[in-house]
Write a protein that binds this ligand. Structure first.
Ligand code: CP
Length: 305
């Protein structure tokens, strides 16, 4: 369909086409070229959880292509505060806009929204579930700053609750990536995802320290411990501060090693790493713009791929 809910429904050809389209969008994303590709189109932005990058890069993407944005604003200022359901909200906004980008704390929320919407739904994160548009910008970053072919990557941090790594590893399996999972035991990648990945042809290994991976991989993808998803705050305290990248740890790293992070970070990447040649997380955040431009153009029918 025209919705973007999960990476599991993307073929490799489809991803490659989106990444190529994003590359052509880059001069427009940078403001160096103008485009009216989405003139007259309206994107509704429904975020029921905090966001800086996803929300603002979707809005920028829409404006850079000549479109407009309609923001629900804070949940408290909307009729959600009076108890309106997600289903009813979607049925109403369906009549106001041409596409809806949705972030919601409940896993499965985007899928549910799609059932009540005649216009495209873009999942911008559903609880600990999926974050497919983040994955596409992650893949774009890997393609631009490292290599997608024959990639060796370590995913580190909160692999249990981290939706960005859940979506990303499904996509990486299409490219036959060698994936090293690094997490505290309590935050391991869910067993069913690991078994899916193996079925899809990925090579997966698990460990609990970053040190050994540094000289083995092309990319280390760090993630924040998802404090807001822990049922018990004491459990969070046990795992907080366990995994950290510092400039010292990178002293003997190969120059080509890239450190990525979906951001926001708490303290899992020392700010001293920012000035090294390895850091590419701020560039990664920028790449959200051309990638989301490509996705919006696609779901709004302005381009075909
Ligand atoms: N990476 C990401 O989703 O960031 P935000 O939560 O700021 O949108």
């Amino acid at each position: 369909g025209h919705h973007i809910i999960s990476m599991t429904s993307f073929s490799r050809d489809m991803i490659d086409s989106i990444l190529e389209t994003a590359e052509r969008m880059e001069p427009i994303a940078l403001g160096k070229q103008r485009s009216g590709l989405l003139t007259g189109k309206i994107l509704a932005v429904l975020f029921f959880e905090p966001s800086t990058r996803t929300r603002m890069s979707f809005e920028t993407a829409m404006y850079r292509l000549g479109g407009d944005v309609l923001n629900l604003g804070s949940v408290d200022a909307s009729s959600i505060a009076k108890g309106e359901t997600l289903a009813d909200t979607i049925r109403v906004v369906d009549g106001y806009a041409d596409a809806i980008v949705l972030r919601h704390p409940k896993e499965g929320a985007a899928q549910l929204a799609a059932e009540f919407s005649t216009i495209p739904i873009l999942n911008a994160g559903d609880g600990a579930g999926h974050h497919p548009t983040q994955t596409l910008l992650d893949l774009y970053t890997i393609k631009r700053e490292s290599r997608l072919e024959g990639l060796k990557i370590a995913l580190a941090g909160d692999l249990k609750y981290g939706r960005t790594v859940h979506s990303l590893c499904y996509a990486l399996s299409l490219y036959g990536a060698e994936i090293t999972l690094i997490s505290p035991r309590e935050l391991r990648m869910p067993e069913e995802i690991i078994s899916d990945l193996e079925k899809r042809g990925a090579k997966v290994t698990e460990t609990d320290t970053i040190e050994d991976a540094i000289n083995e991989v092309d990319v280390i993808y760090m993630t924040r411990i998802q404090k807001e998803r822990f049922p018990d705050p004491a459990e969070y305290e046990k795992v907080a501060n366990r995994l950290k990248i510092t400039p010292e740890l990178l002293t003997d790293a190969r120059p080509e090693l890239r450190i990525m992070h979906p951001l926001p970070r708490v303290n899992e990447i020392d700010t001293g790493v920012d000035e090294t040649q390895h850091a590419c997380y701020f560039k990664q955040a920028f790449y959200g713009v051309p990638v989301r431009m490509a996705l919006l153009a696609l779901v709004l029918g302005a381009i075909e791929i």
